[in-house]
Design a protein around this ligand. Sequence first.
Ligand code: S3P
Length: 426
Amino acid sequence: MIFSRTTSLKGTVTVPGDKSISHRSVMFGALAEGTTRVTNFLQGADCLSTINCFQKLGIRIENQENELLIHGKGLHGLNAPTEILDMGNSGTTTRLICGILAGQTFSSELNGDQSIQNRPMKRIMEPLSQMGARIESIHGNGCAPLRIQGASLHGIHYVSEVASAQVKSCILLAGLYADGPTSVTEPNLSRNHSELMLKHFGASLKSEGTTATIFPEPKLYAQEIQVPGDISSAAYFITAGLVIPGSEILIKHVGVNPTRDGILKVCKEMGADLTLQNENHGNGEPTADILVRYSSLKGITIGGSVIPALIDELPVIAVLACFAEGTTIIRDAQELKVKESNRIDVMVKNLSAMGAHITATEDGMIIEGGYPLHGAVIDSRLDHRIAMSFAVAALAADGETKITDADCVRISYPAFYEDLKKLCHG
Ligand code: S3P
């Protein structure tokens, strides 16, 4: 797909539902008693993979135009799958479902695409095994395909080396099936959607600092869930609005959970003109409209406890940093290497091709801002967040930019290019 410079972005955009919350609504709905009704569910390929897996586990799910209905069968209502469960490209589906499958009375096998078959699964195999689970990597390389034989599980206190909501959620879900309390402590707090939503479904759970503890509960109960807009999708419009002169964009109804809003904090520290309107603290997942205006930005250092709160936004933050005056240092972000692609490597290679002054470090990137970008051929490596980041970079660059496999945005934001185009005025 070909992109070229635009003069300004103006207007209002509503981003699709949050990916993390959409996945969890299907999973928890499947394990609850009764029908869970979800509105603004993200119809992205990753969340469709989750729906597909739970259908194969015997859950009736109606994906209608305006709502998703999940006819839950309770914690012990899943059926043994008759075929290999297909995770597609979705790390969240893979890691969370393992926590659920570990506590069943049947065996299952799961696999996914090339990217999934390279993503580290030892980080969940290790704590699940400590709980008594029988989970193996079929090729013995710590990655999918995985085989899980249901087992009786014990409560543990797991101290995780990585701040990962997927690891934490996997362990908490296994904890629903354990014989006693299960705790996870992480080095920094990762997104807490599982904790919030599990409580909403009636689970007994407490969070203290970076430790979450779940107590086995005989039942979860169906809920109504309104999925807020995904701040990770809003990040592309925030960046475009900040770096393209004359822009002013209102992004409606975005989830601004404090464990996810690192990009807002970082942008403000860089000098961005961002205003939150219509703030709503509703049902545990706060939302707001975000007004973005073109701003002159300065480079900063991004690291430490904010990293899990903006981990998926770091590719587009690297683009943002190219337009800031001075140096931006991103550190403590080695997790970027094990996402859908090695996002340190792919950002440095592609931004360098556009003329940016960027170097890779062991745990992040260093970007010297203020050097104009020019068009280039960008290899998305089938990573949705890379494709979207470079679509934004291309709108602020001289000449033409070609993004390969640009349609990989279907993973998290199928209508991304249409929505971006609607805001372009030149
Ligand atoms: C997610 C957690 C994050 C994030 C991913 C979604 C989730 O991954 O990068 O896109 O929904 O739990 P980690 O748990 O690996 O940090």
